[in-house]
Design a protein around this ligand. Sequence first.
Ligand SMILES: Nc1nc2c(c(=O)[nH]1)N[C@H]1C(S)=C(S)[C@@H](COP(=O)(O)OP(=O)(O)OC[C@H]3O[C@@H](n4cnc5c(=O)[nH]c(N)nc54)[C@H](O)[C@@H]3O)O[C@H]1N2
Ligand SMILES: Nc1nc2c(c(=O)[nH]1)N[C@H]1C(S)=C(S)[C@@H](COP(=O)(O)OP(=O)(O)OC[C@H]3O[C@@H](n4cnc5c(=O)[nH]c(N)nc54)[C@H](O)[C@@H]3O)O[C@H]1N2
Ligand code: SF4
Ligand SMILES: [Mo]
Length: 699
Amino acid sequence: MTTAVETVMETQCPFCSVQCKMKITEKVDAGMRSYTVEPRQNAASEGRLCVKGVNAYQHALSNERISEPLVKRGGEFVPISWEEAYALIAEKITATQQQYGHQAVGVYGGGSLTNESSYLLGKFARVALQTPYIDYNGRFCMSAAATAGNQAFGIDRGLTMPLSDIRISDCIILAGTNIAECQPTLLPYFTDAKANGAYIIVIDPRLTPTAEMADLHLKVKPGMDAALANGLLKVIMDGGFIDQDFLEQRTTGFDEVKTYIETLDLSYIADITGVPKEDIELAGTEFGKSASSLIFTARGVEQQTDGSLAVRNFINMLLATGKIGKPGSGYGAVTGQANGQGGREHGQKADQLPGYRSIENPEHRKYIAEVWGIAPAELPGKGVSAYEMMEKIHTQEIRSLVLMASNPIVSNPNANFVEEGIAKLDFLVVVDMLFSETAQHADLILPTSSYLESTGTVTNLEGRVLLREAARPAMGMAKQDWEILSDIAAALGKGRCFQYETAEEIFEELRVASRGGLADYYGITYDRIRKEEGVYWPCPSLDHPGEERLFETVFSRPDKKAEMKAIANHFPKEKTGSRYPLSLTTGRVLGHYLTGVQTLKSPTLEARQFESFVEIHPKTARRFNVKDDELVKLHSRRGEIIVRSKLTAAIREDTIFVPMHWDGIQNINKLTSDELEPASKMPGFKVCAVAVEPLLASS
Ligand SMILES: Nc1nc2c(c(=O)[nH]1)N[C@H]1C(S)=C(S)[C@@H](COP(=O)(O)OP(=O)(O)OC[C@H]3O[C@@H](n4cnc5c(=O)[nH]c(N)nc54)[C@H](O)[C@@H]3O)O[C@H]1N2
Ligand SMILES: Nc1nc2c(c(=O)[nH]1)N[C@H]1C(S)=C(S)[C@@H](COP(=O)(O)OP(=O)(O)OC[C@H]3O[C@@H](n4cnc5c(=O)[nH]c(N)nc54)[C@H](O)[C@@H]3O)O[C@H]1N2
Ligand code: SF4
Ligand SMILES: [Mo]
């Protein structure tokens, strides 16, 4: 008789920014493997898990994992040893750089990487490759909110307050955030707030599961949030809800805002935003009269070519009423990816050095050069944003690319153009654990560890630094991301600066590198995280508790005040018209994650939803001769795709919605526009002009 063998893995979900903890038990009995997944208590998720977390073991243990280095020969991927892989990279990168210069090699990262790996990726680009060209997928995620936070407050931390403030707040605005599907384990914070009497306002062109919970749903036209916030500011000012003392002591710029708002007419705002005037009045009054208020924004507001401006206008509402830095009041940009927060602090960004330092500031360069053991002059200057890197790939200014933790052919806007560029690269190295559409174009694929097999810290949406420890050995020949980077650096002759045995050693260096910066991790250690179940940054010393609530007494700008700014009404750049009559907006569904590489490899999640769809209002469908549940063609100025129709009155009549989780013929980014917001370089994923027609003419 055989006895069953059980392996217990204590881990943390690889997907969204809540970072729920869980226990996975693998049971092998008579050759049969089975798994049970249980949530584990932790502060943010309070012991909850969503359907993605419950099934996250499936892709990680899938037999489709890449488990050895693969080189493309004659159009086929064939296995090679790590030594051969490193030798090939050294040969190709050296050849590119000798012929075209250091900047001909680019590095592209992602917000799934741990703090240790994303820190090292930045160091790898600057020290091992000496290239200015590094950026990452967070450019498409948090960049607009980051720009707004840096400008208004002087710091970019997603939530200015702990999650526990939600339950004690009197009025909560959720603008362009679909918590119920995108951070599902946080939903009870909001339903509890509602049970405690909070008034909840959701701003979204669709009646989402999040909007269903609201007291008031403002079904805004895509791209019109900044104007809507102007309308709300008008109601707040006309109602006398402003906090004069706070404005005088803690802010600058209010007079400019006031002067502009006084020129506005609420009926006109109602007209251009598509939100009835009475609803704007009701929302502004509820917000204004509440004793405490929170505003959350996510990608619906931010992934626009005015993303940072729209966010600033929501921040204007909080500042005008003095509702920040106090219990139950504050601003939250709901971070997206597992390490979307930490991944944007330690040097993956084109213009950034660790600790949120600037690569253009001589003092900052000097400090980091010293930590890295190089001369400041050896540090390259600033690079360009993620999509701008794709443009440089297209023009072949960048000829080789090291890609780690992203699938840009599916996640960048104007995807046909991006794919054309990627196909031109002389040499593409992809570090991944699964075959993404982009990995298919690689010359070399290096197998990385999944979340179950790697150790490192991630910073959740609250700014709380958590430790995820390896729960099982690496699959096959896979290594950890930071090991791969260190090994490549050694192959390039830069091993001296990349001598690490463990992730903790990298974290120890990161602590010092971030010390004194805006995102100061110096006081955080692995031991502290283990004992305290996570530590908030900023945390400048070992005896500092970490800051849960920011801005209680001062803001982080040099003058210690928050900056208000008038945001003039404006419209999305790409207009609908006779050829492209509808606004397309894009986003997510509960069961899938980003470009679907991981969740579509999970049989349970794939079965829930195996193909993409377009949400279209029944009246609009009739207008364009589209029936329910049939294949339709969508096209924009940039491309076309085919998806299945889903008729629903939950969406505005002038808008259609398609999720982003599918590639190939269902890749919605073949349609989206590459117009970028000047300040943040965020593309307008959430609005472009499209046409819809049935795939087959009806008989
Ligand atoms: N299930 C699931 N969860 C996820 C992810 C996932 O892929 N799947 N991804 C994670 C990541 S990386 C991120 S960034 C977050 C994203 O989290 P969210 O930003 O909440 O998700 P989205 O669905 O992209 O967009 C949110 C809402 O914005 C609305 N919207 C569209 N256009 C507009 C507009 O012009 N104005 C307003 N006010 N709203 C608009 C959409 O209808 C949608 O309901 O989710 C994280 N969690
Ligand atoms: N139209 C439209 N486009 C969008 C958006 C939208 O709302 N609408 N949202 C944007 C947003 S917010 C985001 S965040 C981007 C995300 O878009 P992508 O950056 O393309 O994100 P993923 O699909 O997560 O791709 C991650 C890849 O990294 C691999 N991976 C996962 N974890 C690790 C790891 O630890 N190490 C390594 N080496 N690899 C790993 C996965 O297997 C996968 O192949 O998409 C953006 N694109
Ligand atoms: S996807 Fe997010 S909410 Fe769901 S289990 Fe994972 S971390 Fe938690
Ligand atoms: Mo994201």
